[in-house]
Design a protein around this ligand. Structure first.
Ligand code: TRP
Length: 336
């Protein structure tokens, strides 16, 4: 019996790559057997930076199809779009009224993102991103939240908001805990191993997109930077580029990087890279095939999202109603 609940979300901002897959989606697929899982497509978070409407629309459906193609099973998990469940913004608003400005100013993701824009390009939504994320989590009484390390600060804020609310108004929210992948799967750029793999990198050789063709995958692995020397050894200080490629292989093979090292003892970079490219092709082809089938059956995808939204609403609306009552809002008197 699954007695614990998890919730996680990914922004529909396009071009998902193997870093997103290894850091989040692969884990989502595994966790759905152990937990009651809610997987959200956080379109309201996506618009905290300007989005083109057509792109946002496409990216939202794309992410749903990628979730499904990767193996998230709508019979086991709830897949839904954040904006289909109005309770998120409502609770987000309530939490905003209880979040000191100073706490939001300290969020490193906000600092990073806002430093990249001139002040006129930084909007209130970006500043309030963490309270909406707290609402996402708290509405579902999630005990665990699968996230990357860069989100730990947001989970910490969510915990303190929940504690503060519970102390002030009485027990309402479950205090969530982060669930971090054991060997942290930080996948770095193929053209620069000092920075995280990123879809917004100017150079598309930085990442392998989940929908890259086999030839594209082979080409990008071939030109991926390596380090001096020729041994395939796992040493993140001395050989950051090769170690990153080894980490990718080990993550797809579900083994430790040291096992990859043993396998390539006495062999060179070229052989290792050839094998890595073929492994990626082998792992991504089935996902791409399922994605293609789904994209020809968009009605089915929309139906899955609609059912997910109904399920999510049932849970979220109950929590929201309780929170509203606790803070003194007058409930609509049920007319019988
Ligand atoms: N902020 C998360 C990220 O960028 C995405 C997210 C939004 C999320 N809401 C969430 C993750 C709730 C976990 C739980 O990765």
């Amino acid at each position: 019996m699954k007695n614990q609940r998890i919730l996680s979300g990914i922004q529909p901002s396009g071009n998902l790559h193997i870093g997103n897959y290894l850091g989040a989606i692969k884990q989502f697929v595994e966790l759905q057997n152990e937990y009651e899982a809610f997987y959200c497509i956080v379109d309201e978070h996506a618009i905290t930076v300007p989005q083109d409407p057509k792109e946002l629309h496409k990216n939202t459906l794309d992410l749903a199809m990628i979730y499904l193609a990767a193996g998230i099973d709508p019979k086991k998990s709830v897949i839904f779009v954040q904006s289909h469940v109005p309770a998120h913004t409502e609770l987000g608003w309530i939490l905003n009224t209880m979040t000191p400005l100073g706490e939001l100013e300290r969020m490193t993701q906000f600092k990073d993102k806002s430093e990249r824009h001139a002040r006129e390009g930084v909007y209130a939504g970006l500043f309030n991103y963490p309270t909406l994320m707290a609402a996402d989590i708290l509405l579902y009484h999630a005990q665990k939240v699968p996230v990357g390390e860069d989100q730990l600060q947001h989970i910490e804020l969510t915990r303190s908001l929940a504690e503060r609310f519970n102390n002030r108004f009485g027990n309402t929210f479950t205090i969530p805990e982060p669930l971090i992948r054991e060997y942290s799967g930080r996948i770095m750029g193929l053209d620069d191993p000092s920075k995280k793999m990123s879809k917004s990198a100017g150079n598309s050789a930085n990442y392998i997109a989940l929908l890259d063709s086999p030839d594209e995958i082979r080409r990008k692995i071939k030109i991926a930077v390596t380090d001096s020397g020729k041994e395939v050894t796992f040493d993140e200080q001395e050989k950051p580029a090769v170690s990153n490629l080894m980490r990718i292989m080990s993550a797809f093979r579900d083994c430790a990087p040291k096992e990859v090292e043993m396998r390539y003892e006495g062999k060179g970079y070229a052989e290792f890279k050839d094998d890595l490219a073929e492994l990626l092709v082998e792992k991504l082809t089935p996902l791409q095939e399922k994605y293609r089938i789904l994209s020809e059956n968009q009605d089915e995808v929309l139906l899955i999202l609609a059912k997910g939204a109904m399920h999510a609403r049932a849970v979220a609306d109950k929590t929201l109603a309780k929170a509203k009552e606790k803070i003194g809002f007058v409930p609509i008197n049920a007319i019988t």
